[in-house]
Ligand binder design. Structure first.
Ligand SMILES: *Cc1c(COP(=O)(O)O)cnc(C)c1O
Length: 393
């Protein structure tokens, strides 16, 4: 068989299992009302939970950042790409997280994927270390654990008792527990207070990936640690700046020595060009909004939309796991049926992504509805009416 034919056979196998994915082309900005492949759509897809991705003040800040700093950073952070904008952003993020971490410093990464790989490969750089990874963790944490020299042990979803037994049985010199705070395909939250207590008892790190919590959770939008009022030197915090913060990139906040070790050793940090400084500059405005009165109002509106969805959806066959966050999955089961539901919604002008394995477990293909403070109550009513109707037909 020739090379191309062997690739095409792999594609045919995916197609036979209804696992082929395709990209839709958004012609307009990230917002509830978009033009997609030339057609107006009402979208419930993005992780832009506060509607900052197209916020006029953030857009203006990016323009200003480009004027101040140009477009590209020119090099990696350790060569010459580390700009004043990156530095100011890191100081601001460390300050935001300072009530919950001991002597914190923050480190800005181009993506959350890179931040997670950097944290796990740095903390888990010795073969005598062990990473205890929650079953439903994001792919970037799974890949980070694979790249680390440490061993990996997976604990069942939300199962603090199982984790405790694994930690008790472990003789590893360094123990690293890692979990999403809000699970990206289910919308439920990790029992962080219990996990932290167990980690402190066993002298383990607790790495929290707060991709879906930063900006949304907590009175001031500082995320999951603020939400649960958790504070510990054992915590290593990862927040993304591409979701609620509406821009791009991510950060790690931890004790300054942990961050210093990452600057010295983390390959995703060292061997990649620094993100454009203008992005960091725009993020300063995002953080102003998140931490200010507008952020509070946006979070309150988002909470009211989540409550509305909860009251209005009346599903009998399809399953809705308990979620109090902006991630509201509707579990359908088979890949075909989930795709059909997504395509029926699409025909009605509503865009909700169908999520299939390997992103979720086989047999749990689903619609992943995400709400944003940019949505109106009328738009959510349109979605719930369509879903209620589709499930019955
Ligand atoms: C999106 C996401 C990431 C990756 O962040 P990017 O900035 O998109 O690379 C990491 N962890 C979780 C849980 C996520 O949802």
């Amino acid at each position: 068989m020739d090379l191309i034919a062997s690739v095409e056979e792999k594609l045919a196998q995916l197609s036979a299992q209804s696992l082929t994915r395709r990209r839709r082309v958004a012609d307009t900005r990230c917002a509830p009302l978009q033009v997609v492949d030339g057609r107006p759509m009402l979208a419930f897809c993005s992780n832009d939970y506060l509607g900052l991705a197209a916020h006029p003040r953030v857009v203006e800040a990016l323009r200003e950042g480009a004027q101040l700093y140009g477009v590209g950073s020119g090099a990696s952070h350790l060569i010459s790409g580390h700009s004043r904008a990156h530095c100011l952003l890191e100081e601001r993020l460390a300050h935001m997280l300072s009530p919950w971490l001991k002597s914190p410093q923050a480190l800005y990464f181009s993506t959350g994927y890179m931040a997670n790989v950097a944290v796990l490969t740095t903390l888990g750089m010795d073969s005598g270390a062990m990473i205890f990874s929650e079953e439903l963790n994001h792919a970037s944490l799974i890949d980070g654990a694979r790249l680390a020299r440490a061993g990996v042990s997976v604990f069942p979803h939300g199962d603090v008792a199982a984790l405790t037994s694994q930690l008790e049985a472990s003789t590893a010199a360094t123990k690293i527990v890692v979990t999403d705070s809000v699970f990206s395909m289910d919308g439920d939250m990790a029992p962080l207070p219990q996990l932290l207590a167990v980690c402190e008892r066993h002298g383990a790190w607790l790495v929290v990936d707060d991709a879906h919590g930063f900006g949304v959770l907590g009175e001031n939008g500082s995320g999951a640690l603020e939400h649960f009022a958790l504070s510990s030197p054992n915590l290593v915090y990862v927040g993304t700046l591409s979701k609620a913060a509406g821009v791009s990139g991510a950060f790690v906040a931890a004790h300054h020595s942990v961050v210093e070790l990452m600057v010295q050793r983390a390959r995703p940090y060292i061997y990649s060009t620094a993100a454009p400084p203008a992005l960091a500059h725009a993020l300063l405005t995002s953080l102003d909004i998140i931490a200010g009165d507008e952020g509070k109002a946006l979070r309150a509106h988002l909470a009211s939309l989540i409550a509305q969805l909860d009251t209005e959806l009346r599903l009998a066959r399809w399953r809705r796991p308990v979620s109090h966050t902006a991630i509201q999955p509707v579990i359908i089961g088979s890949n075909d049926e989930a795709l059909q539901a997504a395509s029926d919604l699409h025909a009605r002008g509503i865009w909700v992504p169908g999520i299939r394995p390997p992103t979720v477990a086989p047999g749990t293909a689903r619609l992943r509805v995400t709400l944003s403070a940019a949505h109106t109550h009328e738009e959510v009513a349109q979605l719930t009416a369509a879903l209620n109707d589709l499930e019955r037909t």
